[in-house]
Design a protein around this ligand. Structure first.
Ligand SMILES: *[C@@H]1O[C@H](CO)[C@@H](O)[C@H](O)[C@H]1NC(C)=O
Length: 430
């Protein structure tokens, strides 16, 4: 089913490098994704946004017996350091059509326009393809949406609408990058997610980690941030709260959720972790875990639990990490603030059949306590080989290794981010 959903009609050639089989060849089946889209198919057929307040208008339109071809929408991005803001943008884009095609900007184009990307093309493709709202991916999309590329989208990829956020996107000559699409009535806008950006996350990483010696990285505890900056014990929180404007709402969590309980007789698989700086390694391990059963329950540890074990706070806080995990197509349900130790009570409550854990982990500063002692004693514990060696720390390290380059890039971007926030007005949509 997933093969069908993600099948490439005209750009198979782009997948010659093996991404296709690598990403989807094992056939992680997620029926829920397909079911979700069936429910929007009818409305999508006439190109209207699927929102309850459009229903009265729809009722007045003549009903067509013949179902039109699905509405295909396109959105692009660099998706470097992908976060739930990207996920939310793609979720909103998906609501404007039936099939969402996502262009992922090439490494070369990112280097030329913004400086070196933190994540490789392959990692960025894994992350984007792992989102439950994404149907197709176009690798190596151009950074600037040229007239030529726009025509390719319309004619080769059968794109009906190009989607972009409410922040302006200007070409180097100062003109609107989407002018052409707007002129031909094939542009739609979505509301930008409040309070998160890659720039903000890079800032948090630089704040949390400091490079002590070349090649090695050490977590900065709250105490030595205070000492280094000599400004008091709560500096860290103050700085961090300035960086993060994210206001989590229960509505957003609902929008990201599948809202489905396991079907009767389902085999529930449980995996837990911090899932900080959600990366391609997370997507891969979740995909494998999902294949071991019918329902994947993910435990996301709270900020304090992580700090107690690892000696530093996660870069993304609990609700942000929850959204990133929920956005992954392999995930069925999340326990927000899961206990560190898997208890017998939990196993009973959620009817967990199997508890899994990857071989690549961040490590814990607390030794002696095995959080998986209970599932091990019950014979329902399994270690799975992590397919990728990436960790949160390794992603953070890449950023710190290029600290100066990122700092420059960050300052530049920060200025435009700040401008966006000061000039920001209310935009409808969610
Ligand atoms: C609990 O999980 C097992 C699979 O391990 C399944 O056979 C059983 O039906 C489930 N119980 C319920 C009540 O769904």
């Amino acid at each position: 089913m997933m093969m069908g959903l993600l099948a490439f009609e005209s750009n198979q050639g782009l997948w010659n490098s093996g991404y296709y089989s690598q990403l989807f060849g094992i056939g992680g089946v997620m029926v829920t994704v397909a079911i979700l889209w069936l429910s929007t198919g009818y409305f999508g057929g006439i190109g209207a946004p699927f929102a309850p307040y459009f229903w009265p208008y729809l009722a007045q339109l003549p009903k067509k017996k013949e179902r039109k071809r699905p509405v295909r929408v396109y959105m692009d991005g660099c998706f470097d350091l992908m976060h739930y803001g990207h996920a939310n943008a793609l979720r909103q884009a998906k609501l404007l059509g039936d099939q969402l095609v996502v262009g992922v900007v090439s490494d070369e184009e990112i280097v030329a326009n913004k400086g070196p990307p933190v994540l490789s093309m392959e990692e960025r493709l894994t992350l984007v393809s792992g989102l439950k709202w994404v149907d197709e991916v176009i690798p190596n999309a151009p950074y600037e949406i040229t007239e030529e590329f726009m025509n390719t989208l319309f004619n080769k990829y059968n794109i009906d609408y190009i989607i972009h956020g409410d922040d302006p996107c200007l070409l180097p000559d100062g003109t609107d990058a989407y002018a052409l699409a707007k002129k031909v009535g094939r542009y739609k806008q979505i509301k930008r997610t409040e309070g998160v950006s890659s720039t903000d996350i890079v800032g948090r990483i630089l704040l949390t980690f400091k490079q002590k010696e070349a090649g090695s990285m050490e977590a900065t505890t709250d105490a030595n941030v205070a000492v280094n900056q000599n400004t008091g014990a709560d500096t860290y929180d103050k700085v961090k709260s300035q960086l993060s404007n994210f206001l989590p709402t229960s509505r957003r969590i609902m929008q990201f959720s599948n809202g489905q309980a396991p079907l009767p007789g389902a085999r529930v698989v449980y995996i837990d972790g911090a899932f900080d700086l959600f990366h391609a390694g997370h997507v891969e391990i979740l995909r494998i875990a999902r294949q071991l059963g019918d329902f994947l329950l993910v435990g996301v540890h709270d900020d304090q639990a992580i700090r107690d074990r690892r000696g530093y706070r996660p870069i993304m806080h609990l609700h942000e990490r929850t959204l990133s995990v929920l956005a992954c197509r392999y995930v069925d349900e999340v326990i927000i603030g899961a206990p560190w130790e898997v208890s017998r009570d939990m196993i009973t409550t959620f009817n967990i059949s199997l508890v899994v854990h990857g071989t690549v982990t961040e490590g814990s500063s607390v030794v002696g306590i095995d959080p998986y002692a209970v599932p091990k004693s019950m014979g329902i514990f399994q270690t799975i080989t992590s397919p990728k060696p990436i960790t949160t720390v390794s992603v953070a390290t890449r950023i710190i290794d290029n600290h100066e380059a990122y700092k420059k890039r960050n300052l530049k971007k920060k200025a435009s981010e700040d401008r966006y926030y000061t000039q920001k007005k209310f935009v409808s949509g969610d």
